[in-house]
Design a protein. Sequence first.
Length: 219
Amino acid sequence: MLQGVLSLVILVSVSQFAIPGLAQVDPCRVGQEAAPAPQTDEKTSLIVTQDYFIGPEDVLDITVWKNADLSKQVTVRPDGRISLPLIGDITAVGKTAAQLSCDISAKLKEYKEHPQVSIVVREVNSYAIYVLGEVVKPGKYPLKSKTTLLQAITIASGFTPLAARNKIVVFRFAKDGGGRIKIKASYDDIVLRDGSTQDMELKPGDQIVVPSESMVLMP
């Protein structure tokens, strides 16, 4: 009985240590070999998951284990790159946090043995909409959750007295990258008639333009 207990203890203890000669798992290759995770559409859900693609103006916490000098908080520049000590500029836009972590680790291997890098997306600023024209507070607004057209008008503090609220236009990037598409919407149709489909869910980069009545009446 005692011999069996000792064997169990030895087995558990050995399993806690890496054994030379055995293949070790490379965390930067796990995503290539493991079964694909359930797909989520970040453009729709606006939730930061492991599949979230980093965008311009996003704020990242980059931690290099046991190296405070290399660990820092950075903001992704408009050109899509970030700057870090030793390695300089590196492209961040279009990558997941895990992919960027592996890229940074690969560059740090020139200066540090077995670097371990972790990245947390601290702020999502690349998901934004623009509300322009005859609203009280026109400007750029971050998309922190699912937002509809009416909600965006509310965020911008509503219409001004000069607003042509039934002539709203939403400009949106086409899926194929072929320019922008133009979507018209009417406030009265949404609120007073069966025009709920016009109260569309907004997407990152949408530009909402509320013209003035004088612009609409011009020939």
